[in-house]
Design a protein. Structure first.
Length: 414
């Protein structure tokens, strides 16, 4: 009706004037109230896992869902993938095979979406799906505390799995005794790079490549690519045998952030922007083709980029703060010092009362880059050590224990 559209516009303008945090809180409350709640008591056993959420998206939670699906297959646990999250118009979606069977009536439902949008995700699934199932949220968070918009989702899950101790410490006060650390089982579901060479990315064969890989949908300030650019330029200036590759996801949707990146690069001939929406296999190919992977993040709830780089045998330079410290140390990477500062995110996403995050030491990072660039033997040795450490640290013990705890015992192939 023509009149209804006109009447809606003032309400929409009023809604847009609310601070982002307030909008997220009210959306979380409304969707959580409308979403179907699970049974009061979770089943003691389950027959398989429904892996739902952002499983088709080019996002950290999407990749975590795909990793879990592959790991469950390796453990011979029945699994059913299910997309249940918002997508961004025009984004590349990962090909997900449709399940050939109907999920078991007692299969646990593991939702790889964060708490503020859990209710919305459940509303995209069949209404009766939670009935008779153990409901598990798989959440990742990057600060020491969670904002109020996370609280309403507590009624929608029996328990929460998280990828790191760092995230667990933030969420435990919200759901006491209901949080379990289940790191990504990358050794059971290793990255599978596409068969591509440097020419496919327009990159020179002989130069030392430093890769910084991130999505603009995952908070520009937290990923902190400007620090990476600063460290690279301090280390190499405009040397054309040293190339910085900025692999930027969702670039088309964040024009202001892209402008900041271009201004920081200042037309440097040795800084390459890769803004195509790559598949996971293409992204892994770019990682494998790089010599050094650099992550001067301010905070990580896990750190899939450094972790997958370690799995692929790359030398990793990363901020020595938050969840990456649980798997990257001086024996298998080059941790970079930092100072803690209040967490401030202009988008209002990565913020919580009293939270701090790290400002990496770009001078130390520049020295680390220079050392590794000039020493191919040291890069190779560090990459080998990283691969060995990753095979142990991402071996799937946490997932096996979690499955056993919910009565879904895995069977590892002989």
């Amino acid at each position: 009706m023509p009149g209804s559209s006109a009447a809606f516009k003032p309400l929409h303008r009023l809604w847009r004037r609310l601070p982002p945090g307030s909008r997220r809180l009210w959306l979380a409350r409304l969707s959580s109230a409308l979403a179907p709640a699970p049974d009061r008591a979770a089943p003691r056993t389950c027959d398989g896992i429904i892996v739902a959420g952002e499983i088709a998206r080019a996002s950290g939670l999407g990749e975590s869902a795909r990793i879990m699906s592959r790991a469950l297959e390796a453990l011979q646990v029945r699994a059913w993938p299910m997309q249940a999250a918002l997508t961004v118009p025009g984004e590349t979606l990962e090909p997900i095979a449709a399940p050939t069977t109907t999920p078991s009536a007692t299969a646990a439902l593991v939702l790889h979406v964060n708490a503020p949008v859990l209710g919305s995700a459940l509303l995209r699934l069949p209404r009766g799906l939670p009935r008779g199932r153990r409901m598990i949220g798989y959440w990742a968070w990057e600060l020491q505390a969670v904002p109020p918009s996370w609280r309403p989702a507590g009624r929608l899950v029996h328990e929460v799995w998280v990828p790191s101790r760092f995230t667990a410490q933030a969420i435990e006060p919200l759901l006491p005794g209901r949080v379990r650390v289940v790191p990504h089982a990358l050794a059971l579901a290793p990255p599978c790079p596409a068969r591509m060479d440097r020419a496919a990315f327009g990159l020179p064969e002989q130069a030392v490549l430093v890769l910084v890989s991130f999505s603009l949908a995952s908070a520009f300030e937290r990923k902190n690519p400007l620090a990476a650019i600063a460290a690279f330029r301090k280390a190499f200036g405009k040397r054309c045998d040293r190339i910085l590759v900025l692999k930027v996801g969702h670039a088309a949707h964040y024009a202001q952030d892209m402008q900041r990146l271009r201004e920081a690069a200042d037309g440097a001939p040795n800084i390459h922007l890769e803004t195509r929406m790559l598949t996971a296999a293409e992204t892994h190919a770019l990682t494998r083709l790089s010599d050094i992977v650099l992550s001067l993040h301010r905070s990580e709830g896990f750190g899939l980029v450094p972790a997958e780089a370690m799995m692929l045998g790359r030398a990793v330079v990363a901020t020595d703060w938050s969840a990456t410290t649980e798997f990257l140390d001086a024996q298998c990477g080059m941790p970079i010092g930092y100072r803690l500062v209040p967490a401030r995110d202009p988008r209002g996403i990565s913020e919580a009362e009293g939270a701090v995050w790290a400002e990496a030491d770009t001078d130390q990072a520049a020295r680390a880059l220079a050392v590794l660039a000039d020493a191919p033997e040291r890069r190779a040795a560090l990459g080998d050590a990283a691969q060995r450490a990753a095979a142990t640290r991402f071996g799937g013990d946490g997932l096996r224990q979690a499955l056993t705890a919910i009565g879904c015992s895995p069977r590892t192939p002989a």
